[in-house]
Design a protein around this ligand. Structure first.
Ligand code: HEM
Length: 354
């Protein structure tokens, strides 16, 4: 048996502890460098989501954006028209189960339905091979800006002024003067009105993606869910003022039968921008209708199936790939930060009963 180690003198103990402390400091410094917390100017997911909270308040248990919503459940029925474009099985299979969410793009979960002219749809398709396709779409055709930095600046400019409790119009004006890329969005919002129903809206992916087929061909695309069950009168119906009419409208429609949207995939021409969500593609691009989304059930978001889903737009099955659009990576990271915050507060959401 070997001799036990000789006892350490006080001096060499201090030296050992010093070396250990130095190693720990260097390691934590390296982590802080990598995750960006040393660089105060770096746009981390925390900074993006803190900024949303600063603008709209903290509402425990709720998503940090698009906070007011409802879960929807149903399936996607393929017509096989997109099976040549992508190997993702939902384009070939007859039926793919879907859990989704319809929402208002507001940080405040109590915002009146008439307060914004935009509505959103998020979907999670569960494919036969267990892979998932998650997508979050908005009812506007283009995004105001094309980079996470500009998104951050826009939130800063639209945050309520502490003195008045309202956004400062001069700050918004200055922001849009510095961001001429917002012109197509501003032209759209000028005439956009809050719809009376989620069921009559078209929801757009806005960001571009690639479909990849069995030969390995990559086609840049954007997609939209276009309502089929709505009639013209519905589509232009003005929203009742205020309140919570959207969920009531959905419940009433579902008594009469399922809600349907067609999945329409727009194919880019070579040279169309795939990395800039503020730029629309020309209207003459080829569109493939891939099938129909059928929704037959609503669930409250406080305990429904969508509650614990992070609709991260970069969760994609084989056959669908993310483009180089910088908003996609920023969305993925910010949604994760929002998800971690709200799922840690789920009991408070249940208590709120929403
Ligand atoms: C840098 C830009 C963006 C940031 C920082 C951002 C941030 C967020 C956050 C924090 C949430 C809540 C996520 C959760 O807790 O589940 C959210 C939800 C959502 N965002 Fe964004 N967003 C951005 C851009 C976009 C774009 C370009 C679209 C285009 C379609 C979009 C569509 C949506 C939708 C549909 C939801 C609701 C998802 C649901 O119902 O769960 N966002 N966003």
């Amino acid at each position: 048996m070997s001799d036990p180690l000789p006892p350490l003198s006080t001096g060499s103990k201090a030296l050992r502890f010093g070396v250990i402390a130095a190693v720990v400091l260097v390691a934590s410094g390296a982590f802080a460098y990598v995750n960006g917390s040393l660089d105060r100017s770096r746009l981390t997911p925390k900074v993006l989501v803190d900024n949303l909270e600063r603008g709209g308040g903290v509402h425990p248990g709720y998503r940090r954006n698009h906070a007011k919503g409802v879960c929807i459940v149903g399936y996607f029925e393929s017509n096989r028209q997109a099976a040549d474009l992508s190997v993702a099985s939902l384009f070939g299979d007859e039926k793919t189960p879907v859990v989704g969410r319809l929402a208002l793009p507001s940080v405040n979960p109590y915002a009146p339905d008439s307060s914004v002219p935009i509505r959103s749809m998020a979907l999670r398709f569960t494919l036969t091979n267990g892979q998932q396709w998650r997508t979050g779409m908005n009812s506007m055709p283009v995004f105001p800006i094309g980079t996470p930095e500009a998104f951050y600046q826009q939130q800063m400019a639209s945050a309520p002024d502490p003195a008045t409790g309202k956004p400062d119009p001069t700050k918004m004006k200055a922001f849009f003067a510095d961001h001429p890329e917002a012109a197509p969005f501003l032209a759209w919002i000028k005439t956009a009105k809050p719809s009376a129903s989620f069921a009559t809206e078209t929801y757009n992916s806005i960001n571009a993606f690639y479909l990849v087929n069995a030969k390995g061909d990559r086609q840049a695309v954007r997609w939209a869910m276009v309502p089929v069950a709505s009639d013209e009168a519905d589509a232009v119906a003005a929203a009742p003022a205020g309140g919570d009419f959207l969920q009531q409208d959905l419940a009433q429609r579902l008594v009469l039968g399922p809600l349907r949207w067609q999945l329409r995939i727009t194919l880019a021409n070579p040279g169309d921008p795939v990395d800039d969500a503020s730029k629309a593609w020309p209207a003459d691009r080829r569109v493939v209708t891939a099938g129909t989304l059928v929704i037959n059930k609503l669930e409250a978001q406080n305990d429904g199936e969508c509650r614990d889903i992070n609709y991260d737009p970069t969760v994609l099955p084989n056959g669908i790939e993310a483009s180089s659009d910088p908003l996609l990576a920023a969305r993925s990271a910010a949604y994760a930060s929002s998800y971690l915050r709200r799922t840690g507060e789920v009991d408070q959401l249940k208590e709120a009963g929403k």
